[in-house]
Design a protein around this ligand. Structure first.
Ligand code: PEP
Ligand code: MG
Length: 584
């Protein structure tokens, strides 16, 4: 009999196949005493287990092709970093030494303590990171036990093609293992939509539904199921009508994927002949490679925060090395390097910017260019590295979170000083390196006529612009429904920015997430946007919409809508734009 189970929709895609119920090799953590003479051996046993766990994760990360899944590799690497976390490591060793107990038990005691600290945090995101610590500790514990050392599951076959694994819960490491064996989809009883396992499944393209209660009791080994990861539904023993419908959806998705690949070398020109520039956002080498593979016209946003999250600020040479390697990958296509944008939602990691910690409201505090102007030595180091890179290929410099003309002037003075430093050292750079600003603060948008005169280009950071215009925290799920590009205030503001940029004759792009969401492509084109920068994985889908859009017709429709945006019961702007394309 057919049965439908619901859970969290965390990783879209359809998987159809046979059920495999994964039995975890459960760990039994017991306590036993050791003698003083055995302490050093026990500590060594613990260290060996940490090393073995780390090796396992590193091996998994290496097996995941970075072009496919940058976040996947990063998640696993974050678990590797946690293994080296000196707090857990040292306190576990102290516990073994002082309490004369076995390593498994010492680790368990430390875990309880760390978890109680996590549970007391207000921030839901941080609280869920407690799951990661638990998973890392479990892996080390499994390495301490001979039975579970190399087998997280009791009965997982080597090949999992057409197989859907049903588990109580899965760690990112376990999921990576299943991926390696070709798993078609996963269902778990535990695990939230923000868990790393969820993010990992999505970035690996594994259809997944998490948090399905009693899944292991309700689903039978070897029975046929459909997992609809976008809907968060699992259909057990589907009837033939449902099965056929889902098989057709799967075939259609494959046809769509192939049609996008065929678009790679086609121009991004609209139906009415407007040429559009499609660029990519990047942070890591894998995204740079991917951007070249999908035929992007360059990098419109190269985020550099990752360089600063490694423990100490990077020096000029190590930054230069990163930029040069990006330039080499791009082989002549432009690279837009954004200067440091730490603060607010971007974790300060292990760097001690003590000023940042004092902000009561970090999104309105000392972030991005404000931070850089308060630490000019740090900022100038980056400017020098960017300038030096500009000698090797086409480089633009982009400043985040600009609010006022004064800030732009200060930045220009510092760029001049950085140039003079390089002159003294006889190091070459592009003297005309274009300087641009992210427009993400409403005041900057409204005074672009003044600001823009000092700039060579602008890039609209819609992620933050929407947050500040709508007073909606970009990371707060509770108000996510209010974060809306179709709000007339936002639409008017973006239209205004693009109009002023045209008058000033400076290029303007959008590099926030909406640039890569194909449902918004017509809206942005209708507002006059000609340059998009987005995650490379989105580029071909956006290109497809560009090639099917009549921009003139979309412009007429959006202008009529702006005269009277209507109310809740009227068609949405996106619907109106869709209709404008039927008989343009
Ligand atoms: C933005 O705000 O739209 C943007 C691209 O910058 P970030 O997401 O890095 O803040
Ligand atoms: Mg931003």
């Amino acid at each position: 009999m057919s049965l439908t189970l619901k859970g969290h929709a965390v990783a879209p895609g359809i998987a159809i196949g046979r059920v495999h119920l994964a039995e975890r090799n459960e760990l039994e953590i017991g306590e036993y005493r050791i003698s003083e003479a055995d302490v050093e051996n026990e500590i060594q046993r613990y260290r060996n287990a940490v090393d073995a766990a780390r090796d396992q994760l590193n091996e998994l990360a290496d097996k995941i092709h970075p072009d496919v899944a940058v976040p996947a590799v990063e998640i696993i690497q974050s678990h590797v970093l946690m293994m080296g976390d000196s707090k857990i490591r040292e306190s576990t060793e102290i516990h073994i030494r002082e309490e004369l107990c076995n390593a498994e038990w010492a680790l368990q005691s430390q875990l309880e303590q760390v978890l109680s600290e996590f549970r007391s945090m207000d921030d839901e995101y941080i609280r869920t990171r407690g799951e990661d610590v638990t998973q890392v500790v479990r892996l080390i514990q499994s390495k301490l036990s001979a039975e579970t050392a190399n087998k997280p599951f009791e009965n997982i076959p080597d090949r999992l093609a057409d197989t859907l694994v049903i588990a109580k819960e899965l760690t990112p490491g376990e999921l990576a293992l299943l991926h390696e064996r070709g798993v078609a989809g996963i269902v778990t009883e535990h695990g939230g939509p923000h868990s790393h396992t969820a993010i990992l499944a999505s970035s690996l393209g594994i259809p997944a539904v998490l948090g399905v209660r009693e899944a292991r009791r309700l689903l039978r080994e070897d029975s046929t199921i459909i997992v609809d990861g976008g809907l968060g539904a699992v259909f057990a023993d589907p009837d033939s009508a449902r099965l056929q419908r889902y098989q057709e959806i799967q075939r259609e998705a494959e046809r769509f994927r192939l049609s996008l690949i065929a678009l790679r070398d086609r121009p991004a020109v609209s139906l009415d002949g407007v040429e559009i520039s499609l660029q990519a956002n990047a942070e890591r080498p894998a995204e740079l490679i991917q951007s070249v593979e999908v035929g992007s016209q360059g990098i419109g946003l190269y985020r550099t925060e990752f360089l600063y999250l490694q423990g100490r600020p990077p020096d000029e040479e190590s930054q230069l090395e990163e930029y040069l390697s990006a330039i080499q990958t791009l082989a002549g296509k432009p690279l837009t390097i954004r200067t440091l944008d730490l603060g607010a939602d971007k974790s300060t990691g292990v760097l001690d910017f003590s000023q940042l910690r004092r902000s009561v409201n970090p999104a309105l505090g000392l972030r991005a260019i404000r931070l850089c102007l308060s630490d000019t030595a740090l900022f100038k180091t980056q400017l020098r590295a960017i300038l030096r890179a500009s000698h090797a290929g086409p480089v633009r410099c982009l400043i985040p979170m600009v609010t006022s003309v004064r800030e732009v002037q200060l930045v220009k003075e510092l760029v001049e000083e950085a140039k003079q430093d390089l002159d003294k050292r006889k190091l070459p750079y592009d003297a005309n390196i274009p300087l641009g600003a992210m427009i993400e603060v409403p005041a900057a948008a409204l005074s672009l006529g003044d600001l823009g005169r000092y700039l060579d280009f602008v890039s609209i950071g819609t992620n933050d612009l929407l947050q500040y215009t709508l007073a909606v925290d970009r990371g707060d799920e509770q108000v996510a429904h209010l974060y809306d590009l179709q709000h007339p205030g936002v639409v008017r503001l973006i239209k205004h920015i693009l109009k002023v940029a045209r008058t000033l004759e400076i290029p303007a792009s959008v590099c926030g997430e909406v640039a890569g969401e194909s449902r918004y492509t017509q809206l942005l084109l209708a507002l006059g946007l000609k340059e998009f920068s987005m995650h490379p994985a989105r580029l071909l889908e956006v290109k497809q919409v560009v090639r099917k859009t009549n921009i003139s017709a979309a412009k007429v429709a959006i202008n009529q809508w702006l005269d009277d945006p209507g109310g809740q019961d009227d068609p949405t702007l996106l619907e109106i734009l869709d209709r404008s394309q039927i008989n343009p």
